[in-house]
Design a protein around this ligand. Structure first.
Ligand code: U2P
Length: 275
């Protein structure tokens, strides 16, 4: 029924806009707006992913896939993206014609490798109809929409890394006793409370098969924390609607990989590495 509703809304949206704009409904019911003249966004979402959960689904390894590292595995939440959002539950996407250029963020490569790795092999769609790296996707889809605050491509990635370092969810959960484990289950309420106590804001959490998959932190446009619970249709925090059970796991990272020791990021650069 929900899918039929989403489909109906999509059709209405697609036919009620001018040729230069379109709206799409995502799996969670959020409305993604693409057009040449999108309105200014309201707030930021820092989306973090848990490699221990994502990497359980790995089916294919390649040099760029963070799930395949045999050494230097990500033992922390990694960045999915910094997203510009609207208070009504939707978000703008693909806000300019700017194309991603890996050279612009070459000085950030080490940090990106460690804290913002892609966790799959597939290339993702860019805003210009082609396929590109995870970084190309996040910059073109989201970074271009927050440019009024985060600036150009380099500053988008730098700002995101800085916010990520300042709000260290992995550390907060570790201090509260929520450490990666393949046997323990933790109360979802306790995980939320630990983050609330540390950052004075309520996160949004989503799960896959009972394991924490993503934690979202929300920020005003000056990067002061704000609750995610008030986000329009995004009510993952509402326990009755949450994709998480009352007790959740935080699985340990298990390398799916066949990569060897001594890899360097330059060997793994998304724009030069062969898949
Ligand atoms: O939730 C599924 C995908 O929808 C996009 N999303 C979700 C919430 C939000 O506030 N903003 C947003 O863009 C994400 O798409 P991606 O960046 O991965 O293409 C999210 O994964």
């Amino acid at each position: 029924m929900a899918k039929l509703f989403a489909f109906t809304i999509t059709i209405i949206a697609l036919f009620s806009v001018s040729p230069s704009s379109a709206s799409f409904v995502d799996d969670d019911g959020g409305i993604e707006v693409h057009n040449s003249n999108q309105r200014e966004f309201d707030y930021f979402v820092l989306a973090l992913q848990w490699p221990g959960t994502y990497c359980r689904r790995t089916q294919k390894c390649c040099k760029t896939n963070g799930c395949c590292r045999s050494s230097g595995a990500p033992q922390h939440f990694t960045i999915h993206g910094l997203w510009a959002d609207y208070n009504d539950g939707g978000w703008p996407a693909c806000c300019s014609n700017d194309s991603f250029d890996m050279n612009e963020i070459s000085t950030l490569e080490k940090a990106l490798y460690e804290y913002w790795p892609t966790l799959s092999c597939g290339s993702t769609s860019t805003c210009h109809g082609s396929k590109g790296s995870f970084y190309a996707h996040e910059w073109e889809k989201h970074g271009t929409c927050s440019a009024s605050v985060t600036g150009d491509e380099y500053n988008y990635f730098l700002t995101t890394l800085n916010i990520y370092f300042k709000y260290n969810v992995t550390e907060v959960l570790r201090e509260a006793g929520y450490v990666p484990s393949n046997s323990e289950k933790y109360p979802l309420g306790g995980v939320i409370t630990a983050i609330e106590n540390a950052f004075h804001t309520t996160p949004s959490i989503s799960c896959s098969k009972g394991a924490i998959q993503e934690i979202h932190l929300c920020f005003y446009k000056d990067f002061k924390p704000r609750d995610c619970a008030t986000r329009g249709v995004k009510t993952e925090i509402n326990l009755s609607k949450s994709s998480c059970p009352k007790y959740v796991s935080l699985p340990e990272y298990v390398s799916s990989g066949r990569l060897t020791k001594g890899e360097t990021f330059s060997q793994l650069r998304p724009d030069v590495a062969s898949q």
